[in-house]
Design a protein around this ligand. Structure first.
Ligand code: NAD
Ligand code: 3PG
Length: 613
């Protein structure tokens, strides 16, 4: 995945391997732990951390990997308790134990493993279905205490019976397919389910408002929705009273989708025949407190398991690898594959956007370091326009959020005044709004620009970053009114093709660059070479860009405009000397302030920017 997509280490060069701190306060499969330990990061694995210990540990951690028992509350997510937290990873599906809204406000990415334990959860549902139908729990408990009970434990068959499934998502659909395989008739209720997919799995989808119809008809009921405000207590007394007295219910979703008190009453008073329960409103269930959850778990008509839906070797390996991979990716500035609080970007779509993300981030960082270095606070009050040409314009992506997030990140990464927060896909637009940075995007389908990316195999393209002042301030330099950078993606590389009024050079935006604006006269290159050589700095490459014909913004083009102080230095030179050029040097070595000062004082050098990308 991306080497440099969204969240950089704090003020560290992109080439180094930073060390972050990762905390795992719950059991996690060894595969992911091994992956984490093979990285440069510091991994703390304390699988039995109490909430109090968690609060005391969190301040120094950048990543938190949890399962269902750790409650990540708004207070744990306050900046004083978790100031460094960048990512919360849920090694599983349900994120109802994480205050996702509080995380989003702080730009903390929440990721999960949406597929890793689906088969396990569906199989466990079927296990509870059969166990409930055939009294497997009670029979086993009896045998353990020496009881040979047969007549008391006569069960029912599931073949030919009707199963109602509320929530036809990943787990629900898998349960449906398994149930039809057992010869069951399946009714489904899910306002968002696709009728075609349901039909293909042999499910009869009940239309909106069909809950009553479904409850009256089913012999078994299973719920597979997430726990949300809209699904909490979805099956309560009213619903349970509608069911057949012989019906059995299953919960492998979340404690709370059935009202536990109503369920207990239904079992005690015989409105239904039994239940298979894996999840509870109180976890772990406190048996000594005789809570409703404990009474349900102990009830003779209940087959109870202690939240084992995802507890298979295979599922735990899957979720562990899924989230650990994502955590490492996020910590190195890349994109997660399953972020809960970021737009869904399919891996193939992200692969397509990745070089553009990298290009735009570098263009924006170049912008800040070249144009705004003397007045970084001037980023606010500017409008940034991203114009996409070529492949991105011909087939626009479903979401450009990675691109605009890369813009904000690039603009702000070289100045550390964005309230200590990392910029990422989750919080980029919020940070931009706070800083008064406006962003526009345009797609231009012009054949000319695609030809400029020849060799790109159709996946290349050009991006123009144009920055405009939203309000003209009294003493604003005319050259600051509109500033332009153009960049190009070819199949393998990214280049800057135009910087301000200067084009004709194609340089790779990486490493340390010296950008010198000079009068286009002989001898300049030699003078610059002497200065950097004297300071032991190697020149990796050198490119010269001339004034572009179009002018391209930057104060109206033409190239004859001088900035304050320039005329004094150039006094006495002829008019032909005033034509400007841009020299871009890729350098290696310690470029100090002194080097920049010396270069600036060279005759005919108008301006020097030191850019680190
Ligand atoms: N017991 C376990 O160990 C275990 C393991 C895995 C998943 N789960 C739980 O299973 C649940 C489902 O997981 P999933 O991966 O299938 O999720 P999913 O997002 O793929 O599916 C959820 C489905 O619920 C539907 N839904 C939402 N509100 C609804 C409503 N009011 N009425 C009917 N349908 C509604 C959605 O449209 C969606 O199709 C989650 O709560 C998850 O935490 C539990
Ligand atoms: O939502 C889930 O993925 C399951 O409930 C699994 O929870 P667990 O990771 O605590 O087993």
């Amino acid at each position: 995945m991306s080497p440099s997509a969204i969240t950089p280490p704090p003020s560290s060069p992109t080439t180094s391997s930073p060390t972050f701190k990762i905390l795992i306060p719950e059991p996690l499969s060894e595969e992911g732990l091994t992956l984490l330990r093979s990285s440069t990061h510091e991994v703390t694995y304390h699988p039995k951390t109490t909430p109090e210990t968690l609060a005391s540990l969190l301040p120094s951690y950048h990543a938190l990997i949890i399962r269902s028992e750790t409650k990540v509350t708004a207070s744990l997510l306050s900046p004083d308790i978790s100031p460094n937290l960048r990512v919360i990873a849920r090694a599983g599906v349900g994120v109802d134990n994480i205050n996702v809204e509080a995380a989003t406000k702080r730009g903390i990415i929440v990721v999960n493993s949406p597929h890793g334990n689906i088969a396990a959860a569906a199989e466990h549902t079927i296990a509870l279905l059969l166990a409930t139908a055939r009294n497997v729990g009670r029979a086993d408990a009896g045998m353990k205490t020496g009881k040979w009970e047969r007549s008391k434990l006569v069960g029912v068959e599931v073949g030919g019976k009707t199963l109602g499934i509320i929530g036809l998502g990943k787990v629900g659909m898998k349960v449906a397919r398994m149930a039809t395989g057992l010869g069951m008739k399946v009714l489904g209720l899910d306002p968002y389910a696709s009728p075609e997919i349901a039909r293909s799995a042999g499910v009869k989808l009940i239309g909106g408002g069909g809950m009553e119809e479904l409850l009256k008809e089913v012999d078994f009921l299973t719920v597979h929705t997430p726990l949300l405000a809209s699904t909490a207590d979805m099956i309560g007394e009213k619903e349970l009273r509608l069911m057949k007295r012989t019906a059995r219910v299953l919960n492998v979703a979340r404690g709370g989708v059935y009202n536990e008190a109503a369920l207990l009453k239904a079992l005690e008073e015989g409105w239904i025949a039994g239940a298979g329960i894996d999840v509870y409103t109180q976890e772990p269930v406190k048996f000594d407190e005789e809570s409703t959850a404990a009474r349900l778990a102990r009830h003779p008509k209940v087959v109870a398991t202690p939240h084992l839906g995802a507890s298979t070797v295979e599922a735990q390996e899957n979720v562990s690898m899924d989230v650990c991979t994502q955590v490492l990716e996020i910590l190195r500035g890349g994109m997660p594959t399953a972020a809960v609080n970021a737009p869904l970007i399919l891996p193939e779509e992200y692969r397509r956007l990745e070089p553009f993300v990298k290009l735009i981030e570098r263009m924006a960082s170049l912008y800040t370091q070249h144009f705004a270095r003397k007045k970084p606070n001037r980023l606010g009050g500017r409008r940034f326009e991203l114009t996409y040409h070529g492949a991105l314009a011909s087939v626009p992506p479903p979401s450009t959020r990675p691109l605009t997030a890369a813009l904000i990140k690039g603009l702000l990464s070289s100045i550390s005044s964005h309230a200590g927060r990392d910029v990422n896909i989750v919080n980029a637009s919020l940070i931009a709004r706070e800083r008064g940075i406006a962003i526009d995007e345009k797609f231009v389908r012009d054949n000319d620009t695609t030809t400029s990316t020849s060799g790109s195999g159709g996946e290349g393209g050009q991006v123009t970053l144009r920055s405009l002042l939203t309000s003209k301030e009294g003493n604003e330099d005319e050259q600051e009114q509109e500033q332009v950078i153009e960049g190009v993606v070819t199949s393998n590389d990214i280049f800057i093709s135009k910087l301000d009024r200067f084009a004709g050079a194609n340089f790779q935006p990486e490493g340390t660059l010296l950008v010198l604006r000079n009068y286009d006269r002989p001898g300049k290159i030699g003078g610059v070479g002497m200065v950097v050589g004297r300071h032991g700095i190697n020149i990796r490459f050198m490119q010269v860009a001339g004034l572009s014909n179009s002018g391209g913004g930057g104060g109206g083009g033409g190239g004859t405009k001088r900035r304050e102080g320039e005329e004094v230095r150039e006094k006495g030179k002829g008019e032909e000397d005033s034509k400007e050029a841009l020299m871009i040097l890729g350098v290696e070595g310690d470029v100090t302030e002194e080097v920049v000062r010396e270069l600036t004082s060279q005759e005919g050098i108008l301006d020097v920017s030191l850019v680190r990308l």
